[in-house]
Design a protein around this ligand. Structure first.
Ligand code: ADP
Ligand code: MG
Length: 502
């Protein structure tokens, strides 16, 4: 596997009123495991179902009901760990995290504190071609999601919808290696990208399939490097945790706000309270929600209802052998095999569906030309319409058909764009459309020569001028193309005109 070379960006320095500061950010990403059934029950995970229609007795915490682990969910967590270059722990265990929420009827959440299923890993967070930050992942654990309280349906009462209760989540915890708001957003984007490639989470942030808790602290320049050398968190500043962010834009805004807030307090001689905060996108500020609980507040203890999870290395190896090609590898391969720029390869691999589309178009064709059509014509058009690739009116085989017609010399690039337009609006098989509508390129030199002669006969003055000044030949090419409705092969037209002008 080839890898692209990169250098790490500088940490963002923020000038306070008195001193310079740097940001230190660590993220906890909650990703809903793509599984049809919940983590400990057979109830469906379908989004948008009738409230409380996907609830098994164990999800509702009926007395005596016991959780049964969903092996598929465990496999997805292992896949995710492997995709994040992380250590897979063959022994892991579930713990009860005790707290009360109306939408968590058990009164505790089954999670993994002491023995998570996945240990340390690392991912590259791309900032621009050739520049990437390596962010270490501390752990991934599996846990159950809570339900949803509904406060806006009745003036007097609150309701609860337990459909989401017990759905499997992966919590992906990073080290505090992220050094700026853009990096934090890109980190989430990269996690989402990898998970979508793996198929372990659909990454749908609007539906809440992915959300992040953002831990932010500030420190003086050099402090982070001391932390990296020693591994000792005491070199870092006190952090605040901004909960439940589900938009890259808000993540950046919240970090910007939080950095300013913390710096102002510190420069004023104050200290930061470790607390949980909420971001208000309307006001553009974070607000204190509660002082931060410590692990001991949750009275964690091993879940007595579940055996420890012991998995076999051979099973992990099998999962590893079946991993799909991941974004970094695909990008490097596109650069190498198709000779495209890292930027273009980044665009084409940004989403697993886009990459699959491109590969279908490029198969057996000129990769650079395929890339050009997919990025400039198709993505450009889709973006304008706000469509994702699965809503594309032009399929990969239709676009491939257009490219084939160009390669065969049946149509010019200009006609190809018209053809693209027709296929976009009306559908159909490109080769058939070209025949039916008389769009085939004329390469017949006799016919082209006749058209050239006609133009020259009508413009004797221009012929005389062009004989003096060969750069004027272009004017004739334009005229002939016009006369043939763009169907003449421009290369042949050019050759004939130059010959005739001597
Ligand atoms: P908790 O479970 O209380 O949220 P963790 O130890 O699991 O605490 O850490 C949560 C996140 O906070 C991790 O992503 C970690 O990298 C990050 N973090 C820890 N210390 C700091 C700090 N000083 N500044 C910013 N982020 C931090
Ligand atoms: Mg946390």
């Amino acid at each position: 596997m080839t890898e692209l070379a990169y250098t790490e960006p500088e940490a963002k320095v923020i000038a306070g009123a008195k001193e310079d500061w740097e940001l230190v950010i660590g993220l906890e990403v909650h990703a809903q495991i793509a599984s049809k059934a919940k983590l400990f029950s057979g109830a469906s995970t379908r989004f948008g179902a009738e409230p409380n229609s996907n609830v098994a007795f164990v999800d509702a915490a009926m007395p005596g009901m016991l959780p049964v682990i969903n092996e598929y969910c465990v496999e997805q967590a292992v896949r995710t760990g492997l995709g994040l270059n992380a250590k897979i722990n063959l022994f892991s265990r579930f713990d009860r995290k005790n707290y009360f929420y109306p939408d968590l009827p058990q009164g505790y959440q089954i999670s993994q504190l002491y023995h998570p299923i996945v240990g340390e890993g690392e991912i590259l967070v791309d900032m621009e071609p050739g520049v990437a930050r390596k962010v270490r992942v501390e752990r991934i654990h599996i846990e159950q999601d809570a339900g949803k309280s509904v406060h806006d349906m009745d003036p007097e009462m609150s309701f609860v919808d337990l459909n989401r209760t017990g759905v499997g989540l992966m919590e992906i915890v990073s080290f505090p290696d992220i050094r700026g708001p853009e990096e934090a957003a890109e980190y989430v984007r990269k996690i989402r990208q990898i998970l979508r490639y793996l198929g372990t989470c659909d990454g749908n942030m609007q539906e809440g399939s992915m959300r992040a808790d953002v831990n932010v602290s500030v420190c003086r320049p050099g402090a982070y490097e001391r932390f990296r050398e020693s591994g000792d968190f005491k070199h870092l500043g006190t952090r605040c945790e901004i909960k439940n962010m589900n938009s890259m834009r808000f993540i950046q805004q919240a970090i910007d706000y939080e950095a300013k807030r913390q710096i102002a307090i510190l420069e004023d001689g104050g200290s930061i309270n470790q607390e949980t905060r909420l971001y208000d996108p309307v006001k553009g500020e974070t607000r204190s929600m509660r002082s931060k609980e410590e692990a001991h507040d949750y009275r964690y203890f091993p879940c007595p209802d579940l055996l420890p999870l012991e998995i076999k290395q051979s099973w992990v190896d099998k999962i590893k052998a079946n991993l799909p090609e991941l974004p970094d590898a695909k990008k490097a391969r596109f650069v190498q095999d198709f000779g495209m720029t890292e930027y273009d390869a980044g665009v084409l691999t940004a989403d697993v569906a886009n990459a699959a589309y491109f590969e279908a178009v490029a198969k057996g064709r000129d990769g650079k030309q395929a890339a050009n059509w997919v990025i400039n014509e198709l993505f450009g058009r889709l973006n304008k319409k706000g469509y994702s690739i699965d809503k594309s009116p032009i399929s990969a085989s239709q676009l491939g058909g257009i490219i084939d017609l160009i390669a065969k010399g049946d149509i010019s690039g200009k006609i190809a764009k018209e053809l693209f337009e027709i296929v976009w609006l009306e559908g159909g098989i490109p080769a058939d459309i070209v025949k039916a509508r008389g769009m085939l390129q004329v390469t017949d030199t006799g016919a082209i020569e006749a058209a050239v002669d006609e133009v020259m006969a009508a413009n004797p003055d221009k012929v005389a001028a062009a004989k003096e000044k060969p750069s004027m030949a272009g004017w004739f090419v334009g005229q002939v193309m016009k006369a043939t409705q763009g169907k003449a092969n421009p290369k042949v037209v050019n050759e004939i005109i130059r010959k005739k002008l001597g």
